[in-house]
Design a protein around this ligand. Structure first.
Ligand code: HEM
Length: 484
């Protein structure tokens, strides 16, 4: 293939700069050389502030069960209906070049290119999170990233934060269990994690939690395997996913949803004391069983990683008619954060890029800015223009009004909300050998921090389950740590 400049002009010579005589110097008019160096200098965009290391693939979502009584979202309109999807997996705390097998939650961010716009469910491989209020997120992430001075990861920062933030205990227990080091991206579940809502044709709302259950089966790496692979094949999960899809071994997840009416949640809250919109809590399956929705299959590798995966910009704010949010403090912060991050990371017009553009026609009055694509063409660039078919104004596409209550204020739930029972329940669910792994996985980094932080963190394990605290103490002692 003939090499050209970016403007399509055939390049005379891509191996030898234009010089005055065979030894040079190089002439400024070698525009091809200059353009080549300039573009190279601008190849990087900022990595994601979190979830920087990731892998993506396209796929198909197929409806297998009718949920139209809960939602009018068109992608669920009939059994058998298919929707194109894009899924980006990731680790959270590491940089773009970090190892895939680090102990970390895994991102599970799915985009559905529906006929009424993109629905992005930006979740993790865990049903809960470390926090219940987004105001703590930047501080929390600072404890997962590098220390300001040493530029090292800091177990002290991590456990200092966790031990002062008991709401984190449920997710900390998940993180240090075997599920903290999944064997690649195909062998783990995905969760929307937050409570979202669905709205049906009649304008009735139910609350839901989304689940993606791997058909490949859960497989985790042992600590030793994860550590070895981090050195020998740091891109292990990327390789596994790409090769599986390239070889026609398409990974699949069963898509399920837990459904609850407002009244059911109110009754559940009255019984358990748990806020159903608290992201550190699960809805136990015994209380809210899983309803089958469909199957998600990944079946197409991106052609260009940077264009399609690095520049992918998913946001939890992207919900389509027939869906809505919930009164979850964490979710509110996220509804703002993603698009804002993408305006900086990718640019003002990131939605014009092929991986981000909806597959359905779209029309608005946003214009211009850097890298504008079709930019609305000749269409009028202002509203209201009823003759062009503006949608009814206001949020929500027929979503019923949501009753909110309470006086504006900053409410501190610490010490008043139950941060221990569900963490203890998860611990008690684990077989003895898994509990032992949990103790050891925690004791590794915990043994490196001060006695004060250890004591504070052990008190949380004790409250979740006496055997949990005792097990971690034992594992610390085995590492030579003197604990009471
Ligand atoms: C208030 C809390 C949170 C804030 C402020 C926040 C913020 C962010 C930001 C700014 C990004 C980078 C977006 C981009 O540049 O494209 C990101 C990525 C991501 N976040 Fe969060 N996040 C929060 C909590 C969560 C939670 C609870 C989950 C999962 C349940 C989650 C899952 C993800 C995933 C999967 C990605 C990567 C998306 C991709 O693959 O492109 N985050 N987050």
């Amino acid at each position: 293939m003939k090499i050209t400049t970016a403007s399509g002009i055939p390049v005379a010579d891509n191996q030898n700069s234009l010089t005055a005589g065979p030894r040079g110097p190089v002439l400024l008019q070698d525009f091809h050389l200059i353009e080549k160096l300039q573009h190279f200098n601008r190849e990087r965009i900022p990595e994601r502030v979190v979830h920087a290391k990731g892998s993506g693939a396209y796929g198909t979502f197929t409806v297998t069960n009718d949920i139209t009584k809960y939602t009018k979202a068109k992608l669920f309109a009939e059994v058998g209906k298919q929707t194109e999807t894009f899924l980006r997996f990731s680790t959270v705390g590491g940089e773009k070049g970090s190892a895939d097998t680090e102990r970390d939650p895994r991102g599970f961010a799915v985009r559905f290119y529906t006929e009424e716009g993109n629905w992005d469910l930006v979740g993790n491989n865990t049903p809960v999170f470390f926090l219940k209020d987004g105001i703590k997120f930047p501080d929390f992430i600072h404890t997962q990233k590098r220390d300001s001075q040493t530029n090292l990861k800091s177990p002290t920062a991590m456990f200092d934060f966790w031990s002062r933030t008991p709401e984190s205990l449920h997710q900390v227990t998940t993180l240090f269990s075997s599920r903290g080091t999944p064997d690649g991206y195909r062998h783990m579940h995905g969760f929307g994690s937050h409570t979202y809502s669905l709205i049906n044709e009649a304008g009735e709302r139910v609350y839901v939690k989304w689940h993606f259950l791997t058909q490949q089966g859960i497989k985790n790496l042992s600590v030793d395997e994860a550590t070895r692979i981090a050195g020998t094949d740091p891109d292990y999960s990327q390789r596994d996913l790409f090769n599986a899809i390239a070889g026609g071994d398409f990974p699949r997840w069963d898509v399920k949803v837990q459904v609850a009416t407002e009244a059911e949640l109110a009754a559940w809250e009255a019984r358990t004391g748990w806020n159903p919109f608290d992201l550190t809590k699960v809805w136990p399956h015994a209380d809210f069983p899983l309803v089958t929705v469909g199957v998600l299959e990944l079946n197409r590798n991106p052609v260009n990683y940077h264009a399609e995966v690095e520049q992918a910009a998913l946001s939890p704010s992207n919900v389509v008619p027939g869906m809505g949010y919930s009164p979850d403090k964490m979710l509110q912060a996220r509804l703002f954060a993603y698009h804002d991050a993408q305006l900086y990371r990718v640019g003002t017009n990131h939605q014009h890029l092929p991986v981000n553009a909806p597959r359905c026609p779209f029309h608005n009055h946003q214009r211009d800015g850097a890298m504008a694509g079709a930019n609305g063409g000749a269409a009028v660039n202002y509203d209201p223009v009823q003759s062009q078919g503006s949608n009814p104004h206001g949020m929500g596409h027929g979503e019923p009004p949501l009753a909110l209550e309470g006086a504006a204020g900053r409410y501190d739930g610490r010490g008043k909300e139950d941060d221990y029972t569900q963490a203890g329940d998860l611990f008690r669910l684990m077989p003895a050998d898994e509990q032992q792994k949990l103790f050891n996985n925690i004791a590794g980094p915990l043994s490196q921090v001060s006695a004060e932080i250890i004591a504070r963190q052990l008190a949380h394990f004790d409250q979740a389950d006496a055997a949990y605290g005792a097990g971690v103490r034992q594992a610390l002692k085995a590492r030579g740590v003197n604990v009471a």
